[in-house]
Design a protein around this ligand. Structure first.
Ligand code: BGC
Length: 268
């Protein structure tokens, strides 16, 4: 049997009906966690993830919620309470892109991405921290009072033409994570982020799903392959587990070296 570093823990994973969120929900369940599987519009896909978890004898429940709405966010944590008796881990993963050249970016494009990727992450993290505090420390479950893991992006560091809204949101997530970690780690709330590079998911399909696009993308990835969702899920399990108990306020870049300015590899 595989090791189960999240045995007995309860997690809320936002945006868990596809891509990175789905892989994290499945990996968490495999690692022993009960999972609130959040979807936004695709209830069927969320249910399918839940069914997959139940079929491997895990514990999961699907909950529809728009994380940019405070009332919806409460629903996620109420479900964790009702079904699993509390929450130990939040993975703030839900996100979207609405790309446009800067001068053509509408206020709607801007707000959509900031509301979901940054404000949604804030709302979920704030509610998670409230719940952790209310529950109190249970050392048999986890060394921390609770864990928050933001799924950020290499674009919290790498500026991104044509995606000013997304880069601004992810840059915001970086300092949201660090400020929160600084403020709350004294009470054993452990806050970190993962910054994925180019991972094969629906959000960026046009960047990898033809050989020409994949060749172009690979020029940006020193390690020479496009990432898989499992690459991110494995890091998320570790960061959320007690094995990473001394990791506080850190962003783990899981990007095949994308953030290393690969265009300078030959001396620039
Ligand atoms: C974006 C993807 C992009 C990747 C690397 C991610 O945060 O969502 O669309 O391929 O960063 O640029």
């Amino acid at each position: 049997m595989k090791p189960r570093p999240l045995e007995g823990q309860r997690a809320v994973v936002t945006g868990a009906s596809s891509g990175i969120g789905r892989a994290i929900a499945l990996a968490f369940a495999e690692a022993g966690a009960a999972v609130v599987v959040n979807h936004h519009s695709d209830a069927e896909a969320g249910e399918a993830v839940t069914k997959d978890i139940l079929s491997m004898e895990g514990r999961a429940v699907s909950v529809g919620a728009d994380v940019s709405r405070p009332r919806d966010v409460l629903k996620l944590f109420d479900a964790a309470d009702a079904h699993f008796g509390g929450v130990d881990i939040l993975v703030a993963n839900a996100g979207a892109q609405a790309d446009a050249p800067f001068l053509e970016m509408t206020l709607e494009d801007w707000r959509k991405v900031i509301d979901l990727d940054l404000t949604g992450a804030f709302l979920c993290a704030q509610e998670a921290a409230r719940r952790f505090r209310r529950q109190g420390l249970e050392p048999n479950r986890s060394a921390a009072l609770g864990k928050v893991l933001f799924v950020s992006s290499v674009h919290q560091r790498i500026p991104w033409a044509g995606r000013a809204n997304y880069a601004a949101a992810k840059g915001g997530v970086k300092l949201l994570m660090e400020s929160m970690a600084q403020e709350l780690s004294g009470e054993k709330i452990r806050v970190n982020a993962i910054a994925p590079g180019a991972i094969k998911t629906p959000i960026n399909a046009e960047a990898w799903d033809t050989p020409a696009a994949a060749r172009k993308l690979l020029k940006l990835i020193p390690y020479g392959r496009i990432g898989e969702v499992e690459d991110i899920a494995a890091s998320a399990v570790w960061l959320a587990s007690d094995q990473a108990d001394y990791v506080v306020g850190t962003t783990l870049f899981v990007d095949g070296g994308m953030s290393l300015y690969p265009s300078f590899a030959d001396g620039g």
